[in-house]
Design a protein around this ligand. Sequence first.
Ligand SMILES: [Ca+2]
Ligand SMILES: [Ca+2]
Length: 94
Amino acid sequence: MYLEYNIGGSTQTDDYPNNPPSNFDIYAGNTRSGVINYGGDEDVIRFTPTVSGTYSFYTSSSIDTYGYLYNSSYSVIAQNDDGGGSLQFKTIIN
Ligand SMILES: [Ca+2]
Ligand SMILES: [Ca+2]
């Protein structure tokens, strides 16, 4: 699965590529820091579940975030705007 989140910003480099496949992984129980480097930047991070269960994905920031969760075929399986409160993206899937 791929988690994509998109927040506003204004520079030119990018710490994560905008489109899958991403070489950057996140693991259950861990966090990743990212920077929205320019307006329209979308940071894409790969997550590969190792066990069946319920997973929550969310951002924690001082700006407004929006997130998409894709399956391995790059189809959107979840998306959210403010589910985490304070304009933060959050989605929970089984
Ligand atoms: Ca970025
Ligand atoms: Ca939001």
